[in-house]
Every structure is written in structure tokens, then in C-alpha cells.
Design a protein around this ligand. Structure first.
Ligand code: NAD
Length: 499
């Protein structure tokens, strides 16, 4: 059985706790590795070494730091297929989707190649007589990133790249379900020239997360995961005086107006609802057609598209549409929620509960599922299912559809499909959700903007990656400087005549 340890001081080390997490291949259901869970003592050693390395790294001039990112980007491209296979083997997503996972992380690395420009300060000349005012952005020190299973490359890169670009050292704690990709990325960072100690990958569970949150040296915590854990981490980090930005779960709605191109809307719903088996925080899990005619027509368009979806292991080829979910427990939970939808009166149009694949009977597969006539009081509407389940909630009017989105406790992403610019503008302006798509189903902002939800989808006041990340990972120092007149005015340098 493969044993996976930690990346400390630029090398792989075994764990010493004797405690392990099981890493599965979700497609086969087989256990493929044991992941060492770190002890607080191992964490302390990693933090001490990070603290030392950070001082030198922060003092390295920004252009030299940027060159490390340029080399890192090239190495990620070089190892794209190795990384994609690693992501798919532990997560279960298809290879093309795994490449996308890496690509959207790589794009954040690309923005970090321009870190000297991102970190420029501010300057006011002659703010008063002989007075200049300037502000500089300085690294925080040692910071931590705690990441979820569903994007094993992208989210560790969203955390480590801007933090390290800003001159910090990072302790990364990846998901215990998909740990290998982050470890490979750490090796590539070293190969790119990142000094040992600046990035430490410490694997673990709640015990190590709590130790991170309570450690005095850790200055900031960037978290991505489910809402209850995000809220817990935000609270504990803040109580301990740390900066925290904690991104949580989601329930993303797409409103389909009667004037929308329904083929395009249906295609978008298939990709955004079922891609990655629905295990995306920006997945569309609720379709809200406006008007009964739109709703009936949408169901007619969705069903044949769903029936054509190819579900399978990533090894079955690039035409597989989505793979298994992450664990057996997750598959059981999703199927249980589908049961509850039926019990609570929703119409089960396509049932994925009995999906079976020959040769992969032990894999964690759930087939694509579609519900119609879902209402806001049902569990399938209230909970983030995080599986290949799309719920249709019918609305009579635009205002009713908008209200549904507004009243949902989550506010990560949302979309509207319409041919009417006025409706689209009204929606974008009024909706209380952080990322909005107009005829665009998964509006994950490009890497030179920033990513973040509203309401229970995010705790903290700055978004991740892009300009906000450079603010989050640096603190401002403002200097007011007055220079009294010196040699310029007082000294007589000219050859004076006698008075
Ligand atoms: P999770 O909350 O179970 O785990 C996330 C991280 O927290 C992991 O590293 C895990 O080890 C740690 N953790 C888990 N339980 C903990 C506890 N009790 N105390 C301390 N640490 C704990 O999330 P997950 O299942 O890995 O990921 C899926 C969730 O992440 C979904 O809810 C999804 O919407 C969300 N997500 C959000 C975003 C976003 O940007 N908003 C992006 C991706 C995923």
C-alpha cells in the first residue's frame, strides 16, 4: 500500500503519528494509498522552518520572485498530463476536466508572474511642506491554506501562488482525500527555484487544522470547503487574531427567461449541473424557468441530453462526461437526498440512483438525476447536494425567480439566460450573489479579477486570487516623512565675496 507523507523543507518526509487517512480510487472503490496525518509537533517544525525561510524570501527582490513563477508556470505546463492523471485518479473527474482544474490554477500563477506590478505601493509627493506620504505593502509572514477535495490542483494554486508571490511562506493543508497533486506542485515549485521552506505541505485532519488555527506564528488563513467548516474556521482564526478568508458551499440557481435560447440554456445546464458529477462550488444545481411553457419545454430538452451522458471512469476515454463522486459515503448521502425528494413530493424525471457500470460495481457512481416541481421547503432544495442532481423550481414571473435566488442562504454564483438586455442588467444589479453569469452558466472570474461569494458562501471581506488576494496576503505600512532643509538651502557652497 502506497504511503503518502508531507513536504517539509523541500523534501518528502514520512509521518510519525501512526495515524492515516485512506485515499480511494473513486472509480473502482479501491483504497490506493494511506495518507499520514501530521501531529502538532510536526506542524510546529514545519512552521519554524517556514518562518526562517520567509524572511529571506520576502527580501528577495520582486523581479527575482516573479521569475520563479515564470518557471513554475512552464513546469506546470510540462507536467500537465502527469498532474491531470493524478487529479483524476484520486478525485474521479475526467481527464479533460482535470486539465481544466489545473489550467484555472495555472492562470492564477500567470497573474503572479506580474507580482512586481501587483505589489507596487502608493506615493503622495508634497502632502505638506517638505512632507511626503507613502504606503507600502509588506508580507504577513507565515500563512496557511486549507483546501477541499473538489479541485485538487486549482484551489491549492489559488492559495499558494498569491500568498507566496506576496513574500509570505505558506503551510498548505490539502484535502486528505486528494493529496497527491498538491505534493507534486510543491516539487515543481522547488524545481522552479522556490527556496526550501517557503512552501510546506502538511497533511492532516481536524487535529492539524485546529493546531494551525491556534498557532501564534500563523498570520492568516485562507480556507475553501463546506459552509459549516468555513464558518468554524473563520470564527476560530478571528478569535486568535488572524486574518481569515473562508469560502464555503453553494446552491447556484440559473433563471431561464421565456425569451432565452432554450437549446443553449439546456446545454449550459447539462455542463454546469452534471460536469464533475456536480462536485463544483459553482455547479448550477437549481434551474428556475419562468412560466409553465418555458418549464415544460426545458424538461423536454434536458431529458434526451441527460440520457446521452456517458458516465464512467476517467480511464474510459476523453468522451466520458463525468465520473464517480468522491466517497462511498458521499454517494450514499446523495442517494438518500434523492429518496427524500421523492418522499417530499418532487417529480423525479430522471433517476440516477440505480446506475451501475460493469466492471466498476464498487465505484462511487451516481447517475445523472433530474427533479421537476421542486419547492423551497424540500431538503433537495435546502441542502447543497454536491452530486449530479439538477432540481427544477418553477416560477411564474421574473420577480418570483429573483426572490428565490435572493432568499437562498447561499450566494456563490448565479446565472440568467435571456435575450433581453434590460432584464439581464436588472438581474446583475439587484441579485445578492457574488458571481453572476449572463447567458454564461459558470461565471468563475478570470484570474485578474477575484473570486468570492456572498451570504453563507464566504466569510471574510476580501475575495480570493486577483487584486484582492494581494491585499489579503499583505499588510499596509504608511509612512509620513518630513525632511528638514539641509545642505540644499543652509550650506553656502558658493565662493562668497567678503561682506
Ligand atoms: P470540507 O469542508 O469537508 O473540507 C475542507 C477542508 O477542511 C479539508 O482540508 C478538510 O480536511 C478540512 N476539514 C474538514 N472537516 C473539518 C473540521 N471539522 N475541522 C477542521 N477542518 C476540517 O469540504 P470538502 O468536502 O472537501 O469540499 C466540498 C465543499 O467545498 C463544498 O461545500 C463546496 O461547495 C465547497 N467549495 C467551495 C468553494 C468556494 O470557493 N466557495 C470552492 C470549492 C469547494
Amino acid at each position: 500500500m502506497q504511503k503518502i507523507g508531507h513536504w517539509i523543507d523541500g523534501k518528502m518526509v514520512d509521518g510519525t503519528s501512526g495515524r492515516f487517512a485512506e485515499v480511494f480510487n473513486p472509480a473502482t472503490g479501491e483504497k490506493q494509498a494511506e495518507l499520514a496525518l501530521a501531529t502538532p509537533a510536526e506542524l510546529n517544525a514545519a512552521i519554524a522552518s517556514a518562518e526562517k525561510a520567509q524572511v529571506k524570501w520576502a527580501a528577495t527582490n520582486p523581479q527575482r520572485r516573479a521569475r520563479v513563477f515564470m518557471a513554475f508556470g512552464a513546469l506546470i505546463n510540462r507536467d500537465m498530463e502527469i498532474l491531470a492523471e493524478m487529479v483524476s485518479r484520486e478525485h474521479g473527474k475526467t481527464i479533460p476536466d482535470a486539465r481544466g482544474d489545473i489550467q484555472r490554477g495555472l492562470e492564477v500563477v500567470e497573474v503572479c508572474m506580474g507580482l512586481p506590478a501587483q505589489l507596487k505601493g502608493e506615493f503622495t509627493d508634497s502632502a505638506g511642506p517638505g512632507i511626503d506620504l507613502y504606503a507600502m505593502r509588506q508580507a504577513l509572514g507565515v500563512v496557511a491554506g486549507i483546501t477541499p477535495f473538489n479541485f485538487p490542483a486549482m484551489i491549492p494554486l489559488w492559495k499558494m501562488a498569491p500568498a507566496i508571490a506576496s513574500g509570505n511562506a505558506m503551510i498548505l493543508k490539502p484535502s486528505e482525500r486528494c493529496p497527491s497533486t498538491a505534493l507534486h506542485l510543491a516539487k515543481l515549485f522547488q524545481e522552479a527555484g522556490l527556496p526550501d521552506g517557503v512552501l510546506q505541505v502538511v497533511n492532516g485532519d481536524k487535529e492539524i487544522v485546529d493546531a494551525i488555527l491556534d498557532h501564534d506564528t500563523i498570520q492568516a488563513v485562507g480556507f475553501v470547503g463546506s459552509t459549516p467548516i468555513a464558518q468554524y474556521i473563520y470564527g476560530r482564526a478571528a478569535t486568535n487574531g488572524k486574518r481569515a478568508q473562508c469560502f464555503g458551499g453553494a446552491k447556484n440557481h440559473m433563471i431561464i427567461m421565456p425569451d432565452a435560447d432554450l437549446d443553449k440554456a439546456a446545454d449550459a445546464l447539462i455542463g454546469a449541473g452534471y460536469g464533475a458529477a456536480g462536485e463544483r462550488c459553482m455547479a448550477i444545481s437549481v434551474a428556475v424557468p419562468v412560466g409553465q411553457k418555458t418549464a415544460d419545454a426545458l424538461i423536454e430538452k434536458l431529458v434526451p441530453r441527460i440520457e446521452k451522458l456517458k458516465v464512467g471512469p476517467y480511464t474510459a476515454g476523453e468522451d466520458v462526461d463525468f465520473g464517480p463522486v468522491i466517497t462511498a459515503a458521499s454517494a450514499a448521502r446523495i442517494k438518500g437526498l434523492i429518496d427524500s425528494g421523492v418522499e417530499q413530493g418532487a417529480d423525479l424525471v430522471v433517476d440516477g440512483r440505480d446506475f451501475k457500470l460493469q466492471g466498476y460495481e464498487n465505484g462511487f457512481f451516481v447517475g445523472a438525476t433530474l427533479f421537476d416541481n421542486v419547492t423551497a421547503d424540500m431538503e433537495i432544495y435546502k441542502q447543497e447536494i454536491f452530486g449530479p442532481v439538477l432540481c427544477q423550481v418553477r416560477a411564474e414571473s421574473y420577480e418570483e425567480a429573483l426572490n428565490l435566488v435572493m432568499e437562498n442562504e447561499f450566494g456563490n454564483g448565479t446565472a440568467i439566460y435571456t435575450a433581453d438586455g434590460d432584464t439581464a442588467r436588472d438581474f446583475a444589479s439587484r441579485v445578492n450573489v457574488g458571481m453572476v453569469g449572463i447567458n454564461f452558466p459558470i461565471p468563475v472570474p478570470l484570474s485578474y479579477y477575484s473570486f468570492g461569494g456572498w451570504k453563507k458562501s464566504a466569510f471574510g471581506d476580501l475575495n480570493q486570487y486577483g487584486p484582492d488576494a494581494f491585499k489579503f496576503y499583505t499588510k499596509t505600512k504608511t509612512v509620513t516623512a518630513r525632511w528638514f532643509s539641509g545642505i540644499k538651502d543652509g550650506a553656502a557652497l558658493n565662493f562668497k565675496a567678503m561682506d
